[in-house]
Each structure stands twice: as structure tokens, then as C-alpha cells.
Design a binder for this molecule. Structure first.
Ligand SMILES: *[C@@H]1O[C@H](CO)[C@@H](O)[C@H](O)[C@H]1NC(C)=O
Ligand SMILES: *[C@@H]1O[C@H](CO)[C@@H](O)[C@H](O)[C@H]1NC(C)=O
Ligand SMILES: *[C@@H]1O[C@H](CO)[C@@H](O)[C@H](O)[C@H]1NC(C)=O
Ligand SMILES: *[C@@H]1O[C@H](CO)[C@@H](O)[C@H](O)[C@H]1NC(C)=O
Ligand SMILES: *[C@@H]1O[C@H](CO)[C@@H](O)[C@H](O)[C@H]1NC(C)=O
Ligand SMILES: *[C@@H]1O[C@H](CO)[C@@H](O)[C@H](O)[C@H]1NC(C)=O
Length: 194
């Protein structure tokens, strides 16, 4: 009897699991062909949205919007502060002034990831709070060569009206205060989405 049970178990391991695992739903993933996508997901046509705003990275003063959360003991000996990590909840505004109308926030992490020059790795959610895109988000993930202007960052996804987004953000430092470390950066985002 024991031999039979072991034999059945071995057979189960060898042949398709579907036959042996009763009542288990095997369809946990499906792939659709591209031509069906619009219909099945109700996506409509692809469109391009361009956004223009200023990103305020304030690390000084009483109410910083970005702060250092970690660094290794070698960061202060590194010319490019390699290893330092910041968490940001930075304001996005229509104009460059700090009093300008807020259209969203950039929330997430950036850190120094290059030992040869200043190169940040950014993992940010652009959360919009005004107009048509209020409540929709875009994700930035990539390198920010912060001393170069203009520089390019990839848009790797989105939510809300920006579902399935991809695109690029062109950044240009508008103002950098070397005493305080505060920066205002102009952004032009081009996002393709549905
Ligand atoms: C899994 O999906 C395929 C294709 O849609 C379908 O033919 C099959 O019957 C499904 N199997 C189960 C167990 O739901
Ligand atoms: C950093 O810390 C490590 C481990 O504690 C130590 O071996 C190293 O000497 C330290 N380096 C510096 C620059 O302080
Ligand atoms: C944006 O959406 C939130 C949540 O739905 C709402 O409370 C807020 O008033 C909206 N803002 C604008 C400017 O429409
Ligand atoms: C966008 O991000 C905000 C803030 O992180 C969050 O509250 C909101 O739910 C997100 N919207 C969507 C559609 O995921
Ligand atoms: C953004 O686009 C505007 C209008 O085309 C242009 O004047 C500006 O220089 C651009 N800025 C960046 C950072 O690409
Ligand atoms: C930098 O910030 C300090 C402190 O707020 C201010 O006194 C100084 O004028 C600023 N420098 C520039 C170039 O904006």
C-alpha cells in the first residue's frame, strides 16, 4: 500500500500538476495579444501629455521637504557624497517661486550612486493635485546627473489617468543655493499613456 502511495506521489511530480492538484486554479496569469488590449482593458487611444513645473528640493531651514535618512561612514570622504540617501516630499509648482501655485508633490528617495561624478539614483512618485490629473501619479526611476542641464530621467509608469504611462522628464536646474543646498529644478515631462 505504502509503495502505491509513493508511486502516485512520484507520478504527480512528473506529470502536469493540474491533474494532481484538485480544485486549484491554474489560471493565475494570462497573456493577451496587443490588438485585444484596448478592447479588453477599455483603454482607448494612446495620447501624449506634456507637463511643465518646478521641483523645490528644500533641505535647509525649519521645514525641509527633503532630509538625509542614511549614509555610510565613508560618505564625508567622498567628493560626490557616495552612499548618502535622502527621503523627499518636495513641492511641485507652476512657477519657480516658492510661493507659486502647487500642482503636486514628488515623494520618494534619491541617493548618491556614482563615485566618479555626481550621479543620483531617483525613485520618486510624482503625485499631482491639480486640474485634470489631480489624484494621478507618475513614477520616475533612474539616474539624475544633477550637475548637467538639461538632463533626462525615465518615466517608468503611472496610475490613475496615467495608467501604463511611459516617457521622459527633462530637468534643468533653475536655482541651486550652494550655501543651503536647496535647489529649484525646472521639469518638462512628456508621458505617453491611454
Ligand atoms: C484557463 O484558461 C484557458 C484559456 O482562457 C481556458 O481554455 C481554460 O479552460 C482555463 N482553465 C481553467 C482551469 O480555468
Ligand atoms: C567605517 O566603518 C568600518 C566598519 O566599522 C571601518 O572598518 C572603517 O574603518 C570605517 N571607515 C571610516 C572612513 O571611518
Ligand atoms: C483633488 O482631489 C482631491 C481628492 O479627490 C480633492 O479633495 C481636491 O479638492 C481636488 N483638488 C482640486 C484642486 O481639484
Ligand atoms: C497617487 O499618490 C498619492 C500619494 O502618494 C496616493 O494617495 C494616491 O492614491 C495615488 N493615486 C493613485 C491613482 O494611485
Ligand atoms: C521646457 O519647455 C519649455 C517650452 O518648450 C522650454 O522653454 C524650456 O526650456 C524647457 N525646459 C526644459 C528643462 O526642458
Ligand atoms: C542662499 O540661501 C541663503 C540663506 O537663505 C541666502 O542668504 C542667500 O542669499 C542664498 N543665496 C543665493 C545665491 O540665492
Amino acid at each position: 500500500m505504502m509503495k502505491v502511495v509513493i508511486l502516485v506521489m512520484l507520478v504527480c511530480l512528473l506529470i502536469e500538476a493540474a491533474i494532481c492538484v484538485e480544485g486549484d486554479d491554474q489560471n493565475w496569469s494570462t497573456t493577451q495579444h496587443e490588438e485585444d488590449l484596448h478592447v479588453n482593458l477599455g483603454l482607448g487611444k494612446e495620447k501624449v501629455t506634456r507637463l511643465h513645473f518646478y521641483f523645490h528640493d528644500i533641505i535647509s531651514g525649519k521645514k525641509p521637504t527633503a532630509m538625509k535618512i542614511a549614509q555610510p561612514n565613508t560618505t564625508n570622504n567622498s567628493p560626490y557624497l557616495f552612499g548618502v540617501l535622502f527621503m523627499a516630499d518636495d513641492v511641485l509648482t507652476v512657477g519657480p517661486e516658492s510661493t507659486s501655485k502647487i500642482v503636486g508633490r514628488a515623494q520618494g528617495l534619491y541617493g548618491s550612486a556614482d563615485q566618479q561624478e555626481l550621479g543620483l539614483v531617483m525613485a520618486l512618485t510624482l503625485h499631482f493635485t491639480e486640474g485634470k490629473y489631480n489624484g494621478s501619479n507618475l513614477s520616475i526611476l533612474g539616474r539624475n546627473g544633477a550637475l548637467h542641464s538639461p538632463r533626462e530621467l525615465p518615466i517608468v509608469g503611472g496610475t490613475g489617468l496615467f495608467r501604463f504611462a511611459r516617457g521622459v522628464a527633462i530637468a534643468n536646474t533653475y536655482n541651486f543655493n550652494s550655501t543651503t543646498g536647496d535647489a529649484v529644478v525646472e521639469y518638462n515631462v512628456t508621458a505617453i499613456h491611454y
